[in-house]
Design a protein around this ligand. Structure first.
Ligand SMILES: NC(=O)C1=CN([C@@H]2O[C@H](COP(=O)(O)OP(=O)(O)OC[C@H]3O[C@@H](n4cnc5c(N)ncnc54)[C@H](O)[C@@H]3O)[C@@H](O)[C@H]2O)C=CC1
Ligand SMILES: CC(C)(CO)C(=O)C(=O)O
Length: 320
């Protein structure tokens, strides 16, 4: 008998979600919840993916554009790829689906999994250090990647053997499709580690309208160090064990490796600002500033950059 293909629903499928849908479709039964313009374009000519995860053209994919879905259908995995600003809304809209599934967050920022836990019986946290973009409404491109995808039971690895098996099957589903996903025994640490990159890079690239590589400019060194130092202090207060021995060793890794790995591409917050969309700043630098206040830790760099991005968000909304 042929092996049963896992069923996957991708909730909030844009650049990241449609790209994962394209790669997973080779060995899984994939459906997506996306906006009408993507559904229309995909039904007309198929979903296409180019770049470092290979070339894929998928014709058999179900796109939903509202919670009005067939009743009684349970998914093995529901991967949430909406922006962190939409996590609560999308969970409320798809509450029935989330009740009977393992929910996975493939989002940036801190706090998404805590929201999702209120809706789903089991949550897998994930980090994605890959750059995705649109060529058209049905054609995505993956430009670069600094680290493999990581996934772990949230909040920690003290889980039952049944939960551990679910995580293993989830990871195997990706390896069958040629995508490396590394199992994490401490996914909170991974989420904070990945957030360090976004805290240091995303708002500055958005404000300066600069590709990631440009953030290696010496004039930005002090600001980036300030953002990183504060994040380390807040992480320590939260009991997060980061894999670098000091803020300076992370700053060197960022400068010598991560900035070059992304090179000429722009981070997601740059696109939010130029497209006049709300950014994820409150799940990144804003989260550090807010959590710092809880512990009496001063966070002038993160507070300043959060305020600047809020001003940009407001001015873009007035202009558009
Ligand atoms: N774009 C990138 O290169 C990377 C993005 N990320 C993170 O991944 C997450 C997703 O990012 P992107 O795919 O770039 O965002 P995106 O904005 O392209 O995709 C999210 C989609 O979800 C849709 N959505 C939100 N609520 C919905 C609802 N209730 N019903 C239907 N659709 C809904 C949005 O309209 C949007 O089309 C973010 O947390 C981002 O920071 C992480 C690594 C890289
Ligand atoms: C890893 C990186 C920087 C890739 O673009 C990202 O997370 C983002 O764009 O938000």
């Amino acid at each position: 008998m042929p092996e049963k293909r896992p069923s996957v629903l991708i909730l909030g499928a844009g650049a990241v979600g449609l790209s994962f849908a394209a790669v997973l479709s080779a060995h899984s039964e994939v459906s997506v919840v996306c906006r009408e313009k993507y559904a229309k374009a995909i039904y007309e000519k198929g979903l296409e993916l180019s770049g470092i995860w290979g070339e894929h053209l998928i014709r058999e994919i179900i796109c939903y554009t509202s919670p009005d879905m067939p009743a009684g259908k349970n998914y093995d995995y529901t991967i949430i790829t909406a922006k962190g600003t939409d996590t609560e809304n999308i969970c409320n809209e798809y509450v029935k689906v989330l009740r009977n599934t393992t929910a996975v967050s493939f989002q940036n920022g801190i706090g998404n999994e805590d929201i999702i836990q209120r809706y789903a019986p089991l949550v897998i946290g994930g980090t994605v250090s890959t750059n995705f973009g649109f060529i058209s409404d049905r054609h995505l491109i993956i430009n670069s990647q600094s680290d493999p995808v990581k996934a772990g039971i949230y909040p920690d690895s003290h889980c039952s053997s049944k939960e551990a098996d679910i995580l293993t099957s989830f990871i195997t589903m990706f390896s069958k499709c040629g995508i490396e996903v590394i199992e994490s025994k401490d996914i909170r640490s991974e989420i904070w580690s990945k957030s360090l990159l976004n805290v240091a890079v995303n708002p500055l690239a958005a404000i300066l309208k600069a590709p990631i590589k440009k953030l290696g400019d010496d004039d930005l060194k002090e600001t980036i160090s300030g953002l990183i130092n504060e994040t380390f202090l807040v992480a320590e207060a939260e009991g997060i064990d980061l894999p670098w021995e000091s803020p300076d060793s992370y700053a060197s890794y960022l400068r010598n490796y991560q900035l070059n790995a992304f090179g000429e591409v722009y981070p997601s917050m740059y696109y939010d600002i130029i497209n006049a969309k709300r950014t994820e700043i409150d799940l990144l630098n804003g989260y550090i500033a807010k959590t710092g206040r809880k512990y009496g830790i001063e966070t002038p760099y993160n507070t300043c950059i959060t305020n600047l991005i809020h001003c940009f968000e407001k001015s873009r909304r007035i202009l558009f």
